[in-house]
Design a protein around this ligand. Sequence first.
Ligand code: OGA
Ligand code: MN
Length: 276
Amino acid sequence: MLRNTVTMSCPGYGCVNHHENRSVAEPRPTIVTLKEGRRLLTSFPPAEARGSHGDKGGGSDQSTSVDVKTEFFHFHPTCLAETISGVSSSFTVVPDIITEAEEEMLMKEVEPHLKRLKYEFDHWDDAIHGFREIERSRWSQQVSSILDRIRKTAFPDSCQQLPQTHVLDLAKSGVIKPHVDSVRFCGNIISGLCLLSDAVMRLRHVELKDQVIDVLVKRRSLYIMRDEARYNFTHEILGEEESSFRGEAVERGRRVSVISRNQPTEESPVDSATQS
Ligand code: OGA
Ligand code: MN
């Protein structure tokens, strides 16, 4: 029987709220269980992990001093200067990090494995809807050299990366709902290489719900989400109907992301909700 490698389990405190009105929906902890029993994806960060808003923002409260470098961010008008500086310094987009030929090479290598799986559409409560996914640690030499280049861009040399690369295939109609990646299984840096389709990633502060940033994550770009953006903001990938950036529709097709993460370290925040 064809079966996705992932089963989702929602512990006692409930599932991610999937109602339309995300601005008032409180993101709830959701744990995703891989076949091996290793919980990987999502959980709500503990209060101690989040710190007070703007702590790492450099202390500036003048919006004029914020240098927004990237054309790939859309800060909603309610964003505070701390949000703009905090996210600008902890979320990076590198456009065209790979060539079309490299994208093809990567797809050729993952497609046969993805194709064996069915897209999961069953549970509207789950954090991801319309997806299939694999994890891989062995790659051809050519793909390894692409991934090495990407990891060198995303992670400092001293950083202990997770050995497995996560490949997430989102159907054209798929969505990733707001969540924060598990602090238990993943350290302070998450990078995603975007294949096949442009998309919009929305970041929303976990407490200050009007602090919203849309990030245009284009096909063949790499995003790197660290520290403040990784712990203090939920991230989501908008569905095809909702995908727009600065008022312009962004055409969403099937999208494959190649996600690398690092190991949590002793300094990493501890998720008290999942501590046993
Ligand atoms: C995830 C996730 C984002 C992406 O798998 O936890 O948020 O770019 N993925 O696919
Ligand atoms: Mn995530």
